[in-house]
Design a protein around this ligand. Structure first.
Ligand SMILES: NC(=O)NC(NC(N)=O)C(=O)[O-]
Ligand SMILES: [Zn+2]
Ligand SMILES: [Zn+2]
Length: 515
């Protein structure tokens, strides 16, 4: 009897006294482990150790104008922005990083970059591409669904992208999904891709040069827009339709010299862009209020033709269509007249056109008809750029520019009186809106602390000695030029990810998925 009672007592002790104590101890140990492991990984994410700090400068670019003052950052977000005149008497908790005369601007958002990972990481890759972005002041980029392998055209292939990006990205990265004939008429496949988190879709109206990314026609695009309407996400389109014009045939024929830039230029006349945009603006009427695709949005990527194509876009906008357009720094910096024969670094599609076209592109940008800028960083391996051979018709089309878009826009924009506010609008605010990133794109209280610090007046030569982080500097059309505007520091979600030639040890950018 006595023994049984003792056993029962022991059981009781074990059950109600020792076990809870053990559980409590285990929880403490677990918490200690989690806290410490996240602490040490945080250290690796940022080149400064502070969680709560201030960035001070005489030139902070806010949506209300350029101010002198300080931006308060706490746990990755902007807690407050204080003007210098209101600074006195304010209790300053946390460390102050004073950048003096350097410009503090929202980090750039590049909505058009090809990082080619997984599958063609020898062309670029997430680590090299995002290190270049960080060094150039880009805090978020949206990766194109093609040039990687496989192309991002399904829920499964998006998963491969996310896996490839894991712990390998130095800035935040979102993903566009591909609209291709295979999924365009399959609403449930498109919905699965959208549910998996792509920020929108992208399609081509001409051959993309990538086998598993075939082109779409206006019917595919219409279908895509009707699905996107429900999600209120955009469709981005490469707007060129092949016209079998005489000039085109002549060039293909071999009667012209494939090494001369003018031959290449003739193979893709402005009429290709115009034909595509004419079809697109017929479809975007449905994006108006009350239309079948109301809620969806069409975005034309890398516009080069500043004549008829642009007129069509202006008309569509005036009519109330939900449509925007981007151009790229290379169309604003270079003109056909300056491109030497055989210099295939300048080959891209649509092509860089003549100087008069360039002037009109600037005009359209300054007047607000072109909404934003993107890099269209589309590299390959030097062998496919055919730098030695110089055959424009066979070389890979695409410009490598990711790290330089800020100084390029600034340097070439000087002549047109480009302001810091305009840079923030074209490179941050409007791209954030296109990509559905409400907490990015502006220095405002409550937003994520994605910030670039740069010195507009500091010039540098892009010589071979210059530290370039994207994989193949030799194929970049900007090498050998002099630029103005040096990036000093880049913050992503409050982490100092880049500072004067040095990156944070760990890749702590996050994949951005729409929900
Ligand atoms: N497959 C590509 O990356 N093409 C790209 N090529 C360019 N722009 O020359 C593009 O964006 O169209
Ligand atoms: Zn394109
Ligand atoms: Zn592209």
């Amino acid at each position: 009897m006595f023994v049984r009672e003792r056993e029962r007592e022991m059981d009781y002790m074990l059950q109600w006294r020792v076990l809870p104590l053990l559980t409590l101890l285990a929880s403490f140990l677990f918490l200690f482990y989690v806290q410490n492991s996240s602490k040490s990984s945080h250290k690796e994410c940022s080149l400064i150790p502070y969680q709560h700090y201030w960035i001070a400068s005489k030139r902070i670019v806010t949506p209300q104008g350029v101010i002198s003052g300080s931006v308060e950052i706490k746990e990755g977000k902007i807690l407050s922005i204080v003007k210098e005149e209101d600074w006195q008497g304010k209790s300053k908790v946390g460390h102050i990083v004073d950048y003096e005369e350097a410009v503090v601007m929202p980090g750039l958002i590049d909505v058009h970059a090809h990082l080619d990972d997984p599958g063609r990481a020898e062309w670029e890759g997430f680590p090299s591409g995002t290190k270049a972005a960080a060094a150039g002041g880009i805090t978020t980029l949206v990766d194109m669904p093609l040039n990687s392998f496989p192309s991002t055209v399904s829920q499964e292939t998006l998963k491969l992208k996310i896996k490839a990006a894991k712990e390998r990205i130095y800035v935040d990265v979102g993903f566009w999904g591909g609209l291709v004939p295979e999924n365009a008429f399959n609403a449930s496949a498109l919905e699965a891709l959208l549910n998996a988190g792509v920020l929108g879709l992208k399609s081509f109206m001409c051959p993309s040069g990538i086998n598993d990314f075939p082109m779409t026609n206006a019917s595919h695009i219409k279908e895509g827009l009707s699905v996107l309407a429900k999600y209120r996400r955009p469709l981005l389109v490469h707007a060129e339709i092949q016209q079998d014009s005489e000039i085109h045939l002549e060039a293909k024929d071999g009667s012209d010299d494939a090494h001369s830039y003018s031959t290449y230029l003739k193979t893709r006349p402005p009429s290709w862009e115009e034909a595509a945009i004419r079809e697109l603006v017929a479809v975007t009427k449905e994006t108006r209020s009350g239309g079948l695709a109301e809620g969806s949005h069409l975005h034309i990527v890398h516009l080069s033709d500043s004549s008829s194509s642009l007129e069509l876009i202006k008309e569509a906008k005036n009519g109330g269509d939900s449509i925007t357009v981007e151009t790229c720094p290379h169309y604003l910096a270079f003109s056909a007249e300056e491109i030497h024969d055989g210099d295939t670094r300048f080959k891209c599609a649509p092509p860089i056109r003549d100087a008069a076209n360039k002037e009109k592109l600037w005009e359209a940008l300054l007047e607000g008809h072109i909404d934003m800028l993107s890099s269209d960083h589309s590299p390959t391996v030097p062998e496919l750029k055919l730098l030695d051979d110089g055959n424009f018709l066979r070389a890979w089309g695409g410009i490598s520019s990711l790290q330089f878009v800020l100084p390029v826009t600034w340097s070439y924009g000087q002549k047109y009186g480009v302001t810091l506010e305009q840079l923030a609008l074209w490179w941050s605010e409007r791209p954030a809106k296109l990509a559905g990133q409400e907490l990015k794109g502006a220095l405002a209280t409550g937003n994520l602390a994605d910030i670039v610090i740069w010195e507009p007046d500091v010039e540098f030569d892009l010589s071979d000695a210059y530290p370039v982080y994207f994989k193949h500097p030799s194929i970049s059309a900007y090498m050998g030029t002099k630029l103005s505007g040096r990036v000093l520091a880049t913050f992503v979600r409050g982490n100092l990810v880049y500072k004067e030639g040095k990156h944070a040890p760990a890749a702590c950018g996050v994949p951005i998925l729409a929900r």
